[in-house]
Design a protein around this ligand. Structure first.
Ligand code: PEP
Ligand code: MN
Length: 268
């Protein structure tokens, strides 16, 4: 391993307090992208009704093609802020520009770093200057050492509140399917004191496997799952193939709650 000093002994009381501790499996769910205010409010209500504390929703969408929807940007971020204040739901959203750290600090509970920026070291250093928790995705081609080093950038710059997220590696199936490195996530959970979660949606790209991967992360002793859901996946403006229909999401939660009871944990 490269020179890692902080990652092995950094525990985050802030994250433990926010639900990311070994008594819980935290579900963070919501649409890939913020589409409009009304649907965002409806997602927040659905999650609250299901006793889920965190909603995900992207305002800035780093897309492979420049012709695909790039997100609503600051307009979306302001919607997120409003819905957060209105409903009390906690929110997670992706940052793509180091100049936006202050804006995100004021708007979200957790700042997400996507797989494409997983080694954007200037962004990681800038996130080390805030204490707002950071959800750091693993780069889709990164080794565990590279992933931990990326987290070390944030920790060494002064922010101890980092959540590690395994989101799948590129596979021989090209664009149709990714590989969830569950073993890697379990290893990282054993190597560090930081919470480790999975993203079964981007890790598979196929909604049909999202519930099973979510349950696998729970039984593996990980801390949570970041899940893309949609009221009408066919109409989803981005990542429609992996979006789990909201009606199926209740089934995912029901079974997760049964499994968690056996493991003496709570779905948070
Ligand atoms: C996302 O969570 O919406 C996202 C873009 O994820 P990733 O960076 O893992 O592709
Ligand atoms: Mn997505």
């Amino acid at each position: 391993m490269t020179n890692l000093k902080k990652i092995y002994n950094t525990k985050s009381p802030v994250l433990e307090e926010m639900g990311f501790n070994d008594d819980n499996y935290v579900i963070i769910a919501g649409p890939c992208a913020i589409e409009d205010r009304e649907s965002l409010l409806a997602y927040a209500k659905l999650l609250k009704d299901n006793n889920i504390h965190y909603m995900r929703a992207g305002a800035f969408k780093p897309r492979t093609s420049p012709y695909d929807f790039q997100g609503l940007g600051y307009l979306g971020l302001n919607m997120l802020k409003e819905i957060r204040e209105l409903t009390g739901i906690k929110v997670v959203s992706e940052i793509v520009n180091a100049d936006d750290v202050k804006k995100f600090e004021e708007t979200v509970d957790i700042i997400q770093v996507g797989t494409r920026n997983a080694q954007n070291f200037e962004l990681l250093k800038a996130l080390g200057k805030t204490t707002t928790p950071v959800l750091l995705k693993r780069g889709f081609g990164n080794t565990i050492d590279e992933w931990l080093s990326a987290a070390e950038y944030i920790l060494a710059s002064g922010n101890p509140n980092v959540i590690l997220c395994e989101r799948g590696l590129k596979s021989i199936d090209g664009n149709s399917h990714n590989i969830l490195d569950l073993g890697g996530a379990i290893l990282v959970k054993k190597l560090t004191k930081l919470p480790v979660i999975i993203d079964p949606s981007h890790a598979s790209k196929i909604y049909e496997t999202v519930p099973e991967l979510t349950w696998a992360g729970l039984t593996a002793g990980l801390n949570g799952a970041l899940i893309e859901i949609h009221f009408n996946p066919d109409a989803s403006i981005s990542d429609s193939a992996q979006a789990l229909r909201t009606t199926k999401f209740s089934g995912l939660l029901e079974k997760a709650r049964k499994i968690s009871a056996v493991l003496d944990k709570k779905i948070y």
